[in-house]
Write a protein that binds this ligand. Structure first.
Ligand SMILES: Cc1cc2nc3c(=O)[nH]c(=O)nc-3n(C[C@H](O)[C@H](O)[C@H](O)COP(=O)(O)OP(=O)(O)OC[C@H]3O[C@@H](n4cnc5c(N)ncnc54)[C@H](O)[C@@H]3O)c2cc1C
Length: 271
């Protein structure tokens, strides 16, 4: 490629998406990634695309809402260009409601969703018995939102990279000097670099924890319970994960939830 118009540093989901968007607008695009496609956080296995709660609405929530709606068309185009599956599907999400206070809060959000989600999706509070896939819920009710989607992070980043190359974008794995306009999409490491001079720290990278089991529930909504995401994927796996690793509590909850979902509830038990 002659000198690119845009160089994107980092081939995570952010860098690849920026590169794809620039390419579609006619720019010559080069991506430089020092390790490999999806080598950072984007190469994980969870892939829950879940909305903010529909209250205290602000510009950030509106932006995320519009992004979630746009995701379907975005990933469809990536699949068409790459010929690969990304694992995207808007299958919704259910969440346990564990106290009367949480039930009041969840019920209050129905109206917020009606107002801010413009009929594009619903936030419902439903009795447990109305759902096929139901985590335990102390109040007998669950939140069911129809906005949440899932994606298979590794399949999606692979497909994005392939789409980019199919449309003339260039990806360099290794070290190279950027040229043209430069977008730094280097994940948490990129955030650390400007602070190395000893100024205020931007925080730390958090690895999180997740596991995938072979369990084909691809048409079911994802579940959020005990702070843990359960995401059924297109490839017949179920990802179970938390973005926190701060203490042992999450690991304990992860295993407890796995046991509960894996062995305690009819719908999810192997026959
Ligand atoms: C366990 C876990 C679960 C998660 N689950 C979800 C979820 O369910 N839903 C959700 O929306 N989000 C989730 N996230 C967050 C999400 O994964 C991240 O927000 C997202 O992947 C960040 O993408 P990124 O492209 O900014 O960074 P990354 O994916 O980290 O990409 C940065 C890339 O830059 C490269 N790089 C770094 N420095 C350089 C350099 N100098 N030159 C060239 N390349 C460089 C790295 O090798 C890497 O490939 C989760 C995160 C974790 C850790």
């Amino acid at each position: 490629m002659a000198t690119p118009d845009v160089t994107v540093m980092g081939a995570g989901v952010f860098g690849l998406s920026v590169a794809w968007a620039c390419l579609q607008r006619g720019a010559r695009v080069r991506v430089i990634e020092m390790r490999g496609i999806g080598a950072g956080a984007s190469g994980g296995i969870v892939g829950a695309l879940a909305p903010h709660t529909p209250e205290n609405w602000n510009a950030k929530k509106q932006f995320q809402f519009e992004s979630l709606l746009m995701a379907e068309g975005f990933w469809r185009e990536v699949e068409e260009a790459s010929g690969l599956v990304t694992g995207y599907a808007r299958t919704g999400r259910v969440q346990a409601i564990d106290s009367e206070r949480a039930l009041d809060l969840a019920t209050g959000r129905i109206e917020g969703a009606r107002r801010h989600w413009n009929g594009e999706a619903e936030w419902q509070v439903v009795p447990v018995k109305d759902l096929r896939l139901a985590p335990e819920s102390a109040t007998g009710h669950l939140i069911h939102d129809t906005l949440s989607a899932r994606i298979h992070p590794r399949m999606a980043t692979t497909a994005l990279a392939a789409a980019l190359q199919a449309k003339g974008g260039e990806i360099i794995i290794g070290e190279a000097e950027p040229s043209g306009l430069v977008v730094w999409a280097t994940g948490y490491e990129g955030l650390l670099a400007p602070f190395e001079a000893g100024q205020r720290s931007p925080g730390n990278g958090v690895k999180g924890q997740a596991l995938a089991i072979r369990w084909d529930a691809r048409d079911h909504p994802q579940v959020f319970a005990d702070g843990i995401h359960f995401v059924p994927h297109e490839d017949g796996t179920l990802a179970i994960g938390s973005t926190s690793e701060r203490d042992l509590m999450r690991q304990t909850l992860l295993m407890r939830s796995l046991t509960r979902f894996g062995c305690g509830r009819g719908e999810f038990c192997p026959q």
